[in-house]
Design a protein around this ligand. Structure first.
Ligand SMILES: Cc1cc2nc3c(=O)[nH]c(=O)nc-3n(C[C@H](O)[C@H](O)[C@H](O)COP(=O)(O)OP(=O)(O)OC[C@H]3O[C@@H](n4cnc5c(N)ncnc54)[C@H](O)[C@@H]3O)c2cc1C
Length: 410
């Protein structure tokens, strides 16, 4: 490594970037993170962190910090399908709860943890260009807030720069399994809307909404409809948001007693996978894989990918394995976990009514807490849909329901 060269430059300092940098610095590597944003700052994103994301923070020694961000722990996920509700525990023994801290405090906490681990952080630094020698990425060229151009070199540049990733644009990786925008959703924050440790989702006819507690005593409520209605409904976001919520009269009453504290925010997103590595570069977080946000998997996925990328780069730098082999394992681990969740997410984001088999399953789960916990854990990213919706498991739930019915007097 030449003097003044970094082992790794990470572009983007939020959910994927700061943890990737932190984990590499803790392994002894020289790491620079740059972000055009300064922290604390908000970004367009709701911010439910499912228990596997909380488990990652725990592994990194950051559990106390997440708990201190002012967002109450969420111990129950409840899915109201109209006539019936499925409510269960989303977590595991290791990580029993979810959290929903504002991105202003979450991302700042991640940036600080990276800095404490020895990462050099440059906020307010925009990367304009990726530098290369032949096919090999060698660093970045960019400018700070004052406009002074700066070039930096590294053995690997990690693009953790989100959906509109400049790094991905520059290296033009293969895209696969793409999906169009499916959902138009909007969120805002309410005071006076207590959630008592619950995430609540309401699935209605071609629309849905969800609510959960966040920092500062506020509750986030997000409502959505199919993307095909995006243009027609964007002229009256507030009216259409309340039309969705009015379909759940009890919740509508709760929100009428609450006060809206912020403006409505939302953006539709497309789904894609990008090959996440090549000569001198890697992608993590939304830069490499994106899905609709209805299932709120993005932050948790970014954390898991940060660990996978850091492990793969360490294997490559230490000479344990060639770069391509280590990074190919990262890609296949990412995709293997993601594919079933990606399809599940797309089905929900379409806002199509639940298929008849799911409606029957919701009925069969009534009174079966183990099954309801299982369903909550699928939605929390703990259990793969591929494992929960097997013929054997669904058959067990229906059989247990039939037994309960047969055992019910009268
Ligand atoms: C409406 C909405 C709601 C969502 N709700 C949830 C949810 O409830 N739970 C959940 O887990 N996920 C949710 N997500 C997804 C989640 O926001 C993302 O998955 C997550 O932010 C990905 O993190 P990241 O670090 O990959 O990218 P980002 O958070 O997008 O961060 C990228 C960073 O890169 C920086 N950057 C970009 N280009 C440059 C450049 N050229 N130079 C320097 N810096 C640059 C940006 O300034 C930014 O700070 C939601 C997304 C949306 C759009």
């Amino acid at each position: 490594m030449a003097p003044n060269e970094f082992d790794v430059i990470v572009v983007g300092a939020r959910c994927a970037g700061s943890p990737t940098a932190m984990l590499l610095a803790r392994k002894g590597y020289k790491v620079l993170v740059v972000d055009k944003a300064t922290f604390p700052s908000d970004t367009i994103s709701t911010h439910l962190i499912h228990p596997p994301g909380v488990a990652a923070l725990k592994r990194w020694g950051l559990l106390d910090r997440i708990a201190a961000l002012g967002a109450p722990p969420i111990h129950t996920y409840a899915f109201d399908f109209g006539p019936l509700t499925v409510a269960g525990s989303p977590g595991t023994e290791d990580a029993p709860v979810a959290y929903g801290p504002r991105r202003t405090v979450l991302d700042k906490m991640l940036v600080d943890a990276a800095a404490e681990s020895g990462v050099e952080i440059r906020e307010g630094f925009t990367v304009d260009e990726i530098t290369r020698e032949g096919d090999h990425v060698t660093g970045v060229r960019g400018h700070d807030k004052g406009g002074a151009p700066v070039a930096e070199r590294a053995r690997v540049v990690v693009g953790a720069d989100g959906r509109h990733s400049l790094v991905a644009q520059a290296v033009a990786p293969e895209h696969y399994n793409e999906k169009p925008q499916l959902l138009a959703g909007y969120y805002t924050y309410w005071s006076g809307l207590p959630m008592n440790g619950r995430f609540e989702a309401y699935i209605r006819h071609y629309c849905s909404f969800a609510a959960w507690p966040t920092s500062g005593g506020l509750t986030l409520v997000v409502a959505g409809w199919p993307f095909r209605e995006f243009e027609a409904k964007k002229k009256d976001v507030e009216g259409n948001y309340h039309k969705v919520i009015d379909q759940a009269p009890e919740f509508a009453e709760r929100i009428r007693a609450a006060k809206r504290e912020e403006r409505f925010v939302g953006t539709p997103v497309a789904g894609y996978f990008r090959k996440p590595f090549g000569p001198g570069w890697a992608l993590a977080g939304d830069a490499g894989y994106n899905k609709d946000y209805i299932t709120a998997f993005g932050i948790t996925d970014a954390f898991l990918q940060a660990e996978q990328v850091a492990t793969a780069l360490d294997e490559s730098f230490s000479g344990a394995r060639p770069f391509d082999a280590a990074m190919a394992d990262y890609q296949s681990a990412r995709d293997k976990r993601a594919f079933p969740f990606y399809e599940f997410t797309a089905e929900l984001a379409s806002q199509d009514p639940p298929p008849p088999t799911l409606v029957q399953l919701v009925g069969a789960m009534q009174g079966n807490q183990e099954a309801m916990d299982g369903f909550a854990r699928v939605n929390a990213g703990v259990t793969s849909p591929a494992d929960f919706f097997t013929e054997a498991n669904v058959g067990r739930i229906f059989a247990a329901a039939a037994e309960r019915k047969a055992g019910t007097p009268g």
